[in-house]
Design a protein around this ligand. Structure first.
Ligand code: TXA
Ligand code: MG
Length: 368
């Protein structure tokens, strides 16, 4: 399949924007798949009320059939036909955070194809704030079902090049709207429970939700340890994963990244280092060392996280050592993605020595 590439980048001729959105909307109404930018990550869109069109998304991504999709709408009231009823909490969150990076899990209506909800009684709905996403949904005139536009298991795409790398030849079109601002996916909140629960941390933080709702729970299964099954089916997969073996250095362990990375590189291992400017300043220049510094704060890390992980794949890193951040604000989402990317290979410090969480064996160069 020939994939059309539309460039709506900031410096491109903006006069053609309406035309591009009309053309892409027409393809979506015809049951084709089109990728588009949102404020979080790029989405892989299809007509959300057409089961056969939605099935094409699963085929293009190689996505397990038990993982439901989010429906994207352009106006708040467009949620009403999609749900059998909204709780007071759902209404409060729509008022506070839509349009924006928040997905509400609500009871579904008869309109929702099984392909979207993967057999669940609920459906996820979100109203994105990105002007291209909003314009595309309006031009299509239907809710757009869209997961992140990556091949399943790879880091989500935050620019159109990453979408092209994964989806070229598999889908009808890609709209390039530049880089996504937030960089991690939307927060998914189950609004059907008595106490609303965060099923996936994201762009709207726990603190922001609590300011509106009071008490909010976080799905206890997100820690990755124990036998709990996450309530968002997608959270059980080893997602966001680069090809290299990745270790996440949490807390004080981060201070030892320069020494560990130097040793690994000296042994001839192509070592990617994902860290703040502060740690990067302490890294020696070395062959085999690929340094990706994200800057000072968690927001900068969120914005660059997926493209830096994809960059390590392109540079064929064999090992990635990454610095963790605090879990307040956007940190909860970033640490969730980093831990998953690392396959829960987490390194901490005990009695001044590096040690791993149970179940992880540390390579010899980390031990001495
Ligand atoms: O920011 C985002 O949310 C992006 C952009 C494109 O909007 N989309 C996205 O979709 O991240 P996806 O499919 O990659 O992730 C959706 C997550 C999955 O973990 C899925 O299992 C969960 O939401 N989910 C969807 N519907 C659900 C439902 N009814 N109940 C529980 N979890 C649900
Ligand atoms: Mg995804």
């Amino acid at each position: 399949m020939q994939t059309i590439y539309w460039n709506l980048h900031a410096d491109a001729d903006s006069d053609n924007k309406a035309e591009v959105l009309q053309a892409a909307g027409r393809l979506l109404r015809q049951g084709e798949v089109v990728a588009f930018p949102t404020e979080t990550v790029y989405g892989l869109g299809a007509d959300g009320l057409n089961g056969a069109a939605v099935a094409k998304i699963f085929a293009a991504k190689g996505r397990p059939a038990d993982n439901p999709l989010i429906l994207h709408i352009a106006r708040k009231e467009d949620i009403l036909p999609l749900t059998s009823g909204l709780t007071a909490n759902a209404r409060a969150l729509m008022e506070a955070f839509w349009p924006g990076p928040l997905t509400l899990i609500v009871d579904k209506s008869q309109l929702i194809p099984d392909e979207v909800s993967a057999g669940l009684a609920t459906v996820g709905v979100r109203m994105p704030s990105h002007p291209v996403a909003a314009g595309l949904i309006a031009a299509t005139g239907r809710p757009i079902a869209a997961p992140s536009a990556n091949i399943s298991g790879k880091p989500s795409p935050t620019d159109a090049q990453a979408v092209w790398d994964d989806m070229q030849g598999k889908i009808a079109g890609i709209i390039d709207g530049g880089s996504c601002g937030i960089g991690v996916e939307s927060t998914v909140v189950d609004t059907t429970a008595a106490v609303p629960m965060i099923l996936r941390p994201g762009g709207i933080t726990r603190e922001m939700l609590e300011a509106v709702l009071g008490a909010v729970e976080v799905d206890p299964a997100l820690g990755g340890q124990g036998d709990f099954k996450p309530k968002a089916p997608g959270m059980k997969y080893r997602h966001y994963a680069p090809q290299a073996a990745m270790y996440l250095f949490e807390g004080e362990a981060a201070m030892q990244i320069p020494a560990v990375a130097a040793k690994a590189a000296a042994q001839g291992i192509r070592t990617g280092v994902l860290c703040s400017e502060k740690i990067a300043a302490q890294l020696p220049q070395a062959e085999n060392m690929l340094v990706s510094a994200w800057g000072q704060d968690t927001q900068a890390l969120a914005e660059k996280l997926y493209s830096l992980l994809r960059g390590f794949d392109k540079q064929q890193a064999e090992l990635i050592v990454a610095e963790g951040v605090g879990e307040d604000g956007l940190g909860l989402a970033v640490m969730n993605r980093l831990r998953k990317a690392a396959g829960y290979q987490i390194v901490t410090v005990s009695d001044g020595r590096l040690c791993a969480k149970s179940g992880t064996l540390l390579p010899e160069f980390m031990l001495k």
